[in-house]
Ligand binder design. Structure first.
Ligand code: NAP
Length: 543
C-alpha cells in the first residue's frame, strides 16, 4: 500500500468518517484541541509519536532544559481552577516540571483515553468523494476523519547536519531535541557539544560541571541574557493568582503575548547614562524582556547596536580570556535570531575544563571514530552532543505525505515556501487546520496563549459549521495569497528578517528562504482572526 493509498474502504464507501476529528500531536496544542473537541461533542482521536503527552517537553530532556517564558505565564488559561491550583517551583520552569504539568492536565481532564501513543502519522490524504481525511500511521493502521488538525509543534523535527563520517563515531551521540529518557552521566567523560543556540546555551553550563572536559564547537556566536532563575517568589505567585484573568488580558494586548512593561521610547533619544542605566536594569531583571528596553531595537540597526554593544561589554566583563570573549561576541543584530536566556553561560568559559573551537571559518570536516575533525585536527570524545536545532515550522508537516484536492501534495505546494491563510489553513486542503502554523505569530509569542487562541478559533469554526449545516471549509487561493503577501511585507519591517536564522529556514540546506512566522504581533493577528470569523469566515469557502 502506498503512503497516499491509506484509508478505511468501508468508511469511504459509506461517506462516513471514523471520527469527526483527528488531531496529530499530543503536546499542549493537541491536548487542548482534544479537550475542546470533546466539549463540542465531537468524536476525536489524537495520534502521538511519543509514549506520552508533552510534545516539546517530552522530547527536549537535555540537561538544563527549561522554558524561557516565566512559569506563571507559560501555562494554560482555559480553566481557572487549573491555573489557581497548579504550583510552579521556579521562576522559569525546568523541563521535568513542565512535563509533569502536561501529564497533570492529561490526567485531570482524562485525555489519554483518546490518545494513541507510539504512533507516527505518515500520510494524510483528503478523499473528495467521502470528504474524509484518511490518516495513515506508522503501525500500518489508518483512520478517517472529517477534520484533521495538525498540532505538530513548530520545533519538533530535529536537524542533524549531514556530517561526513557521522555513523563512524565509536562513542555515544545525543541530540538535544531527542534526548534519552534514562539519565545520561557525563562524569569523567570527554564531551563535545556542536552548536551554540538556546539548547546548547542551556546545557553547556551543566555538562561542563559533570564532564572531565567539554569542547564547544561554535559556528556563530549567540546573544544570551541571564535568566536569574530561582525559586518562585510566593508573594508574586499570590499576586498573580489574585488577578490571573487581568494579567492574561494584559498579555493579550502585547505583541509577544507576554505580560511585561516594554519601554516604547527610542534608544536613539536616550543619553549614554540613561541608556546604560536602562540596559543594566533590564539585564538585572533578566530574560527576553531585555529586548523591550527600547521600542526600536528590532526596527533600527543603530538602536539595535546600542543593545548589542551592551551585551558584548558584559561578555568582556564576565569572560576572563579576552580572546575567548572576542570569539564569543556576536557581531550581528541582537534578537534577530531568537534571544537566548541562560544560567552561567559566559562564565562557563572561565572553567579549566572547557574549551571553545571556532568553526566559523573552518567548518567541521568530519566526525571520526574517535571524535570531531576540524582543520585537520582531531578532537577525541567519549560523547558528542548535537545541539544543532530543528527543521522549524514546516519540517514536521512536510515529513508527512499530506495530499489535498486533486491529489496535490503539500510538499509540491510549499516547494517555494509555506503558503497558508492565517497560519491556520491551506488553500486546496479542505478541513485541514494547523495550530500555530507558518504565517501565524507562534514562535514570536508566548506559545501557550497562541495555541489556545488557535484552538479556540478552530473550535468556534467547527461549531459554526455544525450550526450552519456545513461540512467542508477551505480558504480561497486569493485570501491565502493576500495573507502570504502581508506576512512577507510585515517581516520586511523588522530587523528579524535580516539574518540567517531558522525563522527563515537558513539552517536547513535547500530550504526556501522565507520568513515563516507572522511579525505583525499577537493583538493584530487576533483582531484579523476575529474579523474573519465575525464576517462569516471571510476568505473561506464553506459548503
Ligand atoms: P538553533 O538555535 O537552531 O541552534 C543550532 C546551533 O547549531 C547553532 O549554533 C548552529 O550554528 C549550530 N549548527 C547547526 N549546524 C551546524 C554545523 N553543520 N556545524 C556547526 N554548527 C552547526 O537550535 P536550538 O538551540 O535547539 O534552538 C532552537 C529554538 O528552540 C530556539 O531558538 C528557541 O526558540 C527554542 N528553544 C527554546 C528554549 C527555551 O525555551 N529556553 C530552549 C531551547 C530551544 P549557526 O547559528 O551557525 O547556524
Amino acid at each position: 500500500m502506498s503512503e497516499a493509498d491509506v484509508g478505511t474502504a468501508e468508511a469511504v464507501a459509506k461517506g462516513n468518517c471514523d471520527f469527526d476529528l483527528i488531531i496529530v500531536g499530543a503536546g499542549f496544542a493537541g491536548m487542548y484541541m482534544l479537550y475542546r473537541a470533546r466539549g463540542l461533542g465531537l468524536s476525536a482521536r489524537v495520534i502521538e509519536a511519543g509514549s506520552d503527552v508533552g510534545g516539546t517537553w517530552y522530547w527536549n530532556r537535555y540537561p538544563g532544559a527549561r522554558c524561557d517564558v516565566e512559569s506563571m505565564q507559560y501555562s494554560y488559561q482555559f480553566d481557572d481552577k487549573l491555573q489557581q491550583e497548579w504550583n510552579w517551583s521556579e521562576r522559569y520552569a525546568p523541563q521535568p516540571e513542565i512535563l509533569s504539568y502536561a501529564q497533570h492536565v492529561a490526567e485531570r481532564f482524562d485525555l489519554r483515553r483518546d490518545i494513541q501513543f507510539n504512533t507516527r502519522v505518515q500520510a494524510a490524504v483528503f478523499d473528495e468523494q467521502s470528504s474524509c481525511w484518511r490518516i495513515g500511521t506508522s503501525d500500518g493502521g489508518s483512520h478517517t476523519a472529517r477534520f484533521c488538525v495538525m498540532a505538530t509543534g513548530c520545533l519538533s523535527s530535529t536537524n542533524l547536519p549531514d556530517f561526513k563520517g557521522l555513523d563512524s563515531f565509536q562513542g555515544d551521540t545525543y541530540h538535544t531535541g531527542q534526548w534519552p529518557h534514562e539519565d545520561v552521566d557525563f562524569n569523567g567523560k570527554r564531551v563535545g557539544v556542536i552548536g551554540t543556540g538556546s539548547s546548547a546555551i542551556q546545557s553547556i553550563p551543566i555538562i561542563a560541571r559533570q564532564a572531565e572536559h567539554l569542547t564547544v564547537f561554535q559556528r556563530t556566536p549567540n546573544y544570551t541574557v541571564p535568566a536569574h532563575n530561582g525559586p518562585i517568589d510566593q508573594d508574586y505567585v499570590a499576586r498573580v493568582k489574585a488577578e490571573y484573568p487581568a494579567m492574561r488580558a494584559r498579555a493579550k494586548t502585547m505583541i509577544s503575548g507576554l505580560d511585561f512593561e516594554p519601554n516604547m521610547a527610542s534608544a536613539l533619544d536616550a543619553s549614554a547614562e540613561e541608556m546604560q542605566a536602562q540596559y543594566e536594569a533590564k539585564w538585572a531583571y533578566g530574560g527576553i524582556p531585555f529586548l523591550g528596553a527600547y521600542g526600536d531595537l528590532l526596527l533600527s540597526e543603530k538602536a539595535n547596536d546600542t543593545a548589542a554593544d551592551f551585551v558584548r561589554g558584559k561578555i568582556r566583563e564576565i569572560v576572563d580570556d579576552p580572546e575567548i570573549a572576542e570569539l564569543l561576541s556576536p557581531g550581528n543584530v541582537i534578537g534577530c535570531k531568537r534571544l537566548c536566556v541562560d544560567t552561567d553561560y559566559w562564565a562557563t568559559y572561565n572553567r579549566d575544563n572547557v574549551s571553545l573551537v571556532d568553526v566559523s571559518g573552518t567548518p567541521i570536516e568530519r566526525i571520526t571514530p574517535a571524535g570531531v575533525q576540524v582543520d585537520g585536527r582531531e578532537y577525541a570524545f567519549d560523547a558528542i552532543v548535537f545541539a544543532t536545532g530543528f527543521d522549524a515550522m514546516t519540517g514536521t508537516l512536510l515529513k508527512m505525505d499530506i495530499r489535498g484536492l486533486d491529489g496535490q501534495s503539500l510538499r509540491e505546494k510549499w516547494a517555494e515556501g509555506p503558503k497558508t491563510y492565517l497560519g491556520l489553513s491551506i488553500a486546496g486542503f479542505p478541513n485541514l487546520f494547523t495550530v500555530t502554523g507558518p504565517g501565524s505569530p507562534s514562535v514570536l509569542t508566548n506559545m501557550l496563549p497562541s495555541i489556545e487562541q488557535h484552538v479556540d478559533w478552530i473550535s468556534d469554526c467547527l461549531a459554526y459549521m455544525r450550526s450552519h449545516g456545513h461540512d467542508r471549509i477551505s480558504p480561497s487561493t486569493e485570501a491565502e495569497a493576500e495573507w502570504v503577501n502581508h506576512v512577507s511585507q510585515t517581516a520586511d519591517l523588522s530587523l528579524r528578517s535580516t539574518c540567517s536564522s531558522w525563522y527563515v529556514g537558513a539552517n536547513i540546506p535547500g530550504k526556501p528562504r522565507v520568513f515563516m512566522p507572522y511579525m505583525g504581533g499577537f493583538p493584530a493577528y487576533v483582531d484579523k482572526c476575529d474579523a474573519v470569523s465575525a464576517n462569516g469566515y471571510q476568505g473561506f469557502a464553506l459548503s
